[in-house]
Design a protein around this ligand. Structure first.
Ligand code: NDP
Ligand code: 8X3
Length: 252
């Protein structure tokens, strides 16, 4: 029997990278996506020793790039069993009245519209086959709004709503849908949010043990490997020191 196929967006870094690796370790053929082609090439070289690997280098927020990327997939590769909608980032952390329009565009275009563009390419084949599993990476920012989080929180609240909509609309087609909502995970996330200010980014994860990408990847593997009759719909995952978007127990 051939391997199941998983597509992971944002596989060049952090949660997506760890997820692509753990899925390959568990015999999923993987389609790895991201904009940084050099990183995808390196990952493909590593994973192709174990499973079949396809690279799709595109920007999820560019409708035409998404279409061209998916049009390049041959028949077999279009039958995706597991879609991990992970690509996304926060851009900036400032009060709404000081917000940057380009940051707002980036977050809405990538985190929300990008997720929809990719899903639009994958869902029809899942509907035809009456099977599939979509895992949407939301955030605690999609459950709560915290100071200066405004538009990033809005984008992740939209992911939460889209997840719920998928759950309802795709239920009749036997398609599983899961939202994974992490708290603080140490990845390149804060580097991106603070535009390469490493000192500021590093401070986010000091004084407590943050989650690491592997923690989320292991959870995703658990979720997608449940028996056919089990659907995990919504999970929030914190580091032990975190209790909400704003309550974090740091050592002095
Ligand atoms: P990273 O910055 O480490 O990874 C982000 C990934 O998204 C990269 O692979 C990047 O690839 C990809 N990406 C970003 N923009 C685009 C784009 N326009 N087109 C295609 N791919 C893109 O962060 P994380 O791993 O932490 O983030 C992954 C997801 O987890 C995000 O949705 C984030 O919101 C969410 N999350 C993160 C948390 C955290 O604390 N780290 C907590 C809760 C949720 P490339 O740049 O190569 O295109
Ligand atoms: C990432 C976690 O708390 O920075 O979604 O929003 S947080």
């Amino acid at each position: 029997m051939s391997n199941k196929k998983a597509l992971v967006t944002g596989a060049t870094s952090g949660i997506g990278l760890a997820t692509a690796k753990i899925l390959a370790d568990n015999n999923y053929d993987v389609i790895i996506c991201g904009r940084r082609k050099d990183r995808l090439d390196t990952l493909a070289a590593e994973l192709s020793a174990k499973v079949e690997v396809k690279i799709l280098a595109f920007d999820v927020s560019k409708k035409d790039e998404v279409k061209t990327a998916f049009d390049s997939l041959s028949g077999d590769w279009r039958a995706i069993d597991v879609l991990i909608n992970n690509a996304g980032n926060a851009h900036g952390l400032s009060p709404l009245n000081e917000g940057d329009l380009d940051d707002w565009d980036a977050m809405m275009d990538i985190n929300v519209k990008g997720l929809l563009y990719v899903s639009n390419e994958v869902i029809p084949e899942m509907v035809n086959r009456k099977k599939g599993h979509i895992v949407n990476i939301g955030s605690i920012a999609g459950k709560e709004v915290y100071p200066n989080g405004n538009v990033y929180c809005a984008s992740k609240h939209a992911v939460d709503a889209i997840n719920k909509g998928m759950l309802i609309d795709l239920n009749q087609y036997n398609i599983k849908v899961t939202a994974i909502n992490p708290g603080l995970v140490e990845t390149e996330f804060s580097q991106v949010r603070f535009k390469g200010d490493t000192e500021r980014a590093d401070k986010v994860y000091q004084g407590f043990d943050p989650l690491v990408a592997q923690d989320i990847a292991e959870t995703i593997l658990f979720v997608v490997s449940r028996p056919a009759h089990v659907k995990i719909c919504d999970l929030t995952i914190f580091p032990t020191a975190q209790a909400s978007a704003t309550i974090l127990h740091k050592s002095e």
